[in-house]
Design a binder for this molecule. Structure first.
Ligand code: RFL
Ligand code: PHB
Length: 393
């Protein structure tokens, strides 16, 4: 089966679906090819923190209704270290900006619903995806769908297929440079049925390692512990998990997390990765296919959104007859924002985690940094303006 579209998009994550939606708003047609089912993408629990600019973008393009109703505005975060807790306020440091806690799968549900209501061509459960001729004028994507070999020819291919997708891998080595940093620790994440332990997220440095108290809803909480990358989730009983959270999160005034049945456990590796440039011929990468951040800064989903915004704008300029100069600048423009988010995520990660072999000197310096960040207005503003998101310019 052969068909044709203007922009062929691989991957129905936040980057791919938002790009498809933004293109539609500009009258540009796309086809989205996704290897998982709709139920799988809408059921995978991942990120939770949306920057102000991401919320504004989603709202501007008609995706803000449920987000405004069900998302939780957070005006600050708590930094906990050495038994004390300090708050960084966002609106007062950033001219009124904040973040919104609204889970990634809810963003995806809103996007899929809007795309299908607009009659979009979304193909779930495809396999054997491969790219053809992206370095020429007539690229195509081959794939199998419902047992049939298919090919969609297009003007451009958007590689929005995440870290393990095929698009990044189809750029010949030597054309783009991978830059990478891995961390000697991982996050052990749990989801539990309990009320929120705290009205705001708690990022905690303890001598035994980092801990994070996040939330998903009034009845479901998300919490993470720094662990060794070799750690296996099945080796952690609920008792061991709660005991570790109580120890790391303890404060001088006896604070303890609200406990409840744990129904999901996962170990997530941590790395920083960027592929430069994010383009090869008529293939443009967006989101995790081009870059990965450690989750400490809560930036991954937000970068997927800003890439989609930049790429959508550049493609719209092309189809309006503005030539390809905006497309040629896409990678540079997106990377300028990506690198700032990489820097912030790396900084948050090093300030808040214990490094193997890290001695008392390192720990005392980390505590001093947290003390400084939460007592100097200049330093708190720097954290706040990065956390709520730098402008998409
Ligand atoms: P996605 O979401 O991985 O989507 C890619 C899609 O492509 C599909 N795919 C293919 N389809 C067809 N053919 C192939 N060959 C394909 N290969 C893959 C996949 O099935 C998938 O549906 O990438 P995208 O769109 O770039 O979005 C990136 C974000 O999902 C990611 O950065 C965030 O989840 C990162 N992240 C967080 N980001 C935030 O902004 N705030 C957070 O609070 C936050 N917390 C997190 C996170 C990521 C985490 N994990 C699991 C790594 C917390 C965690 C624990
Ligand atoms: C989450 O809720 O999953 C979450 C929140 C903040 C982060 C990372 C993950 O920095």
């Amino acid at each position: 089966m052969k068909h044709r579209t203007q922009v062929g998009i691989v991957g129905a994550g936040p980057a791919g679906l938002l790009l498809s939606h933004l293109l539609h708003k500009q009258g540009i047609e796309s086809v989205v090819l996704e290897c998982r089912t709709r139920e799988q993408i809408e059921g995978t629990i991942r990120a939770g923190v949306l920057e102000q600019g991401t919320v504004d973008l989603l709202t501007r393009v008609g995706l803000g209704e449920r987000l405004a109703r069900e998302g939780f505005a957070h005006d600050g975060i708590l930094l906990r270290f050495h038994g004390r807790t300090r708050r960084v306020d966002f609106p007062s440091q950033t001219g009124g900006k904040r973040v919104t806690v609204y889970p990634q799968h809810e963003v995806l549900r809103d996007l899929v619903k809007a795309r299908l209501a607009d009659g979009a061509d979304l193909r779930f459960g495809v396999n054997a995806v491969s790219l053809r001729g992206v370095d020429g004028e007539r690229p195509a994507i081959r794939y199998r769908h419902d047992g049939e070999d298919c090919e969609v020819s297009c003007d451009f291919v958007a590689g929005c297929d995440g870290t393990h997708g095929v698009c990044r891998a189809s750029i010949p080595s030597g054309i783009a440079t991978p830059l990478e940093r891995t961390y000697p620790f991982a996050w052990f994440g749990v989801l539990c049925e309990a009320p929120p332990s705290s009205p705001e997220l708690i990022y905690c440095l303890h001598e035994r390692g980092f801990a994070l108290v996040s939330t998903r809803s009034p009845t479901v909480q998300r919490m993470y512990l720094q662990v060794d990358p070799e750690e296996r989730a099945c080796d952690w009983s609920d008792d061991r998990i709660w005991s570790e959270f109580r120890t790391r999160l303890a404060t001088d005034d006896g604070w303890a997390p609200k406990e409840g049945p744990i129904f999901h456990k996962v170990v997530v590796g941590m790395r920083s990765f960027v592929l430069e440039p994010m383009q090869h011929g008529r293939l443009f990468l967006a989101g995790d296919s081009a870059h990965v951040v450690p989750p400490t800064g809560a930036k991954g989903l937000n970068l997927a959104a800003s890439d989609a915004y930049y790429l959508g704008g550049a493609l719209a300029a092309f189809y309006r007859g503005g030539g390809s100069s905006a497309l040629e600048r896409y990678s540079e423009r997106a990377l300028a924002r990506v690198w700032k988010a990489q820097r912030f995520s790396m900084w948050m990660t090093s300030m808040l985690h214990r490094f193997p072999g890290g001695d008392r000197f390192q720990y005392r310096a980390q505590v001093a940094e947290l003390d400084y960040v939460t007592s100097s207005k200049a330093a708190a503003t720097a954290l706040a303006e990065n956390y709520v998101g730098l402008p998409m310019n």
